[in-house]
Ligand binder design. Structure first.
Ligand SMILES: [Zn+2]
Length: 357
């Protein structure tokens, strides 16, 4: 599991470098890290790194391996170098993200400096490595399934700079076609901070360094992928989004403003002062810092364009959609012993969820 921690740390460093430019300090609060929900079952990466499931209706959970007598033993370079269990990582790297579609769970790991995409058949309990990208380190924040294609992103490993994080590495999005069984590169930029699905289109939050001037501020942008085409649509990173709108923050004269971008009309408008935190359904959750340890939270309705004050304790959210939130308590992050699931609306009224693991 060592590699996983290093990669997360790198993501953190990238995040900080973004923050240093006064942008998107909370961009990665909500990561959808390794969690997917399909037909009332949650698929997630357990505290110990194994693939797990949680049945929402039955409130039961377990290891995602149905082989009788399997002990789900971990990878060990000397004692167990090719684990038979489908629910444990086949390398030291561990699993990154997963996405589930039609009874198949796709997940990424890295092995020998290559990104590997695995396809796990939940019904037959079989696993296949369906795609590899050499010299590429997948990153955990999201993996997306759109039609017959699986999208994942990460950074290109430069062989001549393997010691430590290379801040000049390029980040790319790859797409694996499950029908043609082919992989292609969709986009390369200086850094990718998020990728999300909205209305059958994929949005990619990107940062571009100024190659001519090291000291110049990087530029931010949002790309849209639709039907095989990837194009830049907006000169800001739309980190937060709900059913109809994207959100970003700007700082003007020392004041943080949240702006809303309408995906359909391309128009922008100012929503409020403050920091955007999460978006789902029609809503954007944002906060206003009252003092160092006190943030007031608000729920903004994109349709009525009105905000209301809400009661909400900050936690680490690993999954959020219109129906469910999966979160862990902030002081257990890293140790990650307690993961909860809650109805989304109740969650933002501070109701406690059910314990998953
Ligand atoms: Zn097993």
């Amino acid at each position: 599991m060592k590699r996983k921690i290093v990669s997360l740390a790198l993501a953190g460093v990238m995040c900080l470098s973004v923050t240093a430019c006064g942008k998107n300090t909370l961009a990665n609060n909500f990561s959808q890290y390794g969690v997917s929900i399909y037909e009332q079952t949650v698929y997630y990466i357990g505290n110990d790194g194994r693939l797990m499931y949680y049945d929402i209706a039955n409130e039961s959970s377990g290891i995602l391996c149905f082989s009788p007598n399997c002990k789900h033993e971990f990878y060990d370079p000397s004692a167990n170098s090719s684990p038979e269990c489908n629910a444990v990582p086949k390398s030291e790297s561990g699993f990154y993200s997963s996405v589930c579609t039609n009874g198949l769970v796709y997940y990424t790991t890295s092995q020998n400096l290559s990104a590997c995409l695995y396809e796990y058949d939940c019904k037959n309990d079989t696993v296949d490595m369906v795609c590899t990208v050499d010299n590429f380190e997948p990153q955990g924040l999201s993996i997306i399934c759109l039609e017959d294609k699986i999208f994942f992103y990460g950074y290109e490993v430069k062989i001549d700079n393997l010691n430590g994080s290379d801040s000049s590495a390029d980040w790319s999005v790859y797409c694996y076609d499950t029908q043609k069984k082919e992989t292609e590169k969709v986009l390369t930029v200086s850094h990718i901070s998020n990728m999300y699905l909205h209305d059958d289109e994929i949005y990619i939050c990107a940062m571009q360094r100024n190659e001519d001037d090291e000291n110049a501020d990087p530029t931010f942008s949002t790309y849209k992928y639709k039907k095989g085409k990837c194009e830049k649509i907006f000169d800001e990173s739309l980190y937060f989004y709900n059913n109809s709108k994207g959100f970003y923050e700007t700082k003007e004269n020392g004041v943080l403003n949240i702006l809303e971008y309408d995906f359909k009309s391309g128009k922008t408008r100012t929503v409020a002062e403050g920091n955007p935190y999460y978006a789902y359904g029609d809503y954007l959750i944002y906060g206003i810092k009252e003092s160092d340890d006190n943030i007031s939270f608000f729920k903004y309705n994109s349709t009525s364009q009105k905000s209301e004050s809400i009661s909400f304790n900050s936690v680490v959210i690993s999954y959020l959609d219109d129906n469910y939130v999966i979160y862990s308590e902030i002081d257990t992050y890293g140790d990650d012993q307690h993961t909860y699931i809650c109805n989304t609306d109740n969650f933002f009224q501070n109701e406690e969820g059910k314990l998953i693991s």
